[in-house]
Ligand binder design. Sequence first.
Ligand code: SAH
Length: 338
Amino acid sequence: MTKNPPPPAVMFRLIIGRWVSHMIYVAAKLELADRLKDGPRTVEELATAVEVQGPALYRLLRALASVGVFAETKDKRFKLTPLAATLQKGVHGSLHAAALIFGEKYQEDARAQLLHGLKTGETPFLKAHGVPPFEYLEKHPEDMKVFGEAMTSVSSMENPAIAGAYKFSGIRTLVDVGGGNGSLLSTILKANPKLRGVLFDQPSVITRAKQDRHVTAKGIVERCAFESGDFFAAVPKGCDAYIMKRVLHDWDDEQCAKILANCRAAMREKGRVLVAESVILPGNDTDRGKLLDMQMLVMGGRERTKQEFASVFRAAGLKLTRVVSTKCPLSIVEGVRA
Ligand code: SAH
């Protein structure tokens, strides 16, 4: 490949990006990376193990190897590459669930309505499924499980950066609103031995989180309470700070203002909200947040600029005090009562 390929070659690579993405989905679904963790195997061995057709599997692996995911050895076997290794389940920062979630049919069906969404202003996910994403997930526990795992794996790369970027020392009680399995809260609790935490999420998520290794760890579980409910109704009362990571981007401005207003109503007088999200910068720079914003457009949410955060804060009776950048792509947007 030339160093600076001509625009048509670059464009073609972008156009076929969805083929590659779908190949990665199929490899994740078949758990091929896990099958290779003990060393290279022949296509026949792999095909038998995962119950698929050998010749077609060979073509899939050859195509994936051409983009650096898996590699064919001289003796006609396939092995892991650093990229393929990220698809293993259970490794630190595993992208297995992330590879699954974006390729699942219910996601593809929603994405297929993007053009319709642009034309009409309707939310593509609603058009495809008739219910908003979290209602859909509540009714589809398998998809909810993969969603939770994908959030956890993405979170594992973000949590230390967020815990390290903000001074939690003045805070006695921190609520993680929409905290999922509690991996962020437990990372922050670990770094701040005097802090107490409340994990708040939907009932089904809290039931699962109570069994999770993050919050059940010794030294953490003693300082962590669990509450479940609907953040559009209310959030746990009387705490010093309310953190929300990758929560507001799921919702439109009005819904965000409602969640934030509920935090405002619940927090102590000098309480604060800490919103951990991508903060979109002006200009044309590469930014994963801008691409993720397309997924959010499909789901009914959005990624926001600093001005857009300031505006939803205002609508909730809050004042944006500062944006703290972190060592990961998320920033912490801080707010207090206006
Ligand atoms: N903060 C976690 C999870 C983000 S995903 C992380 O960064 O990994 C968004 C979370 O919001 C999910 O855990 C979901 O269950 C929760 N959520 C969605 N609707 C909710 C509602 N109405 N009330 C409470 N939690 C909700």
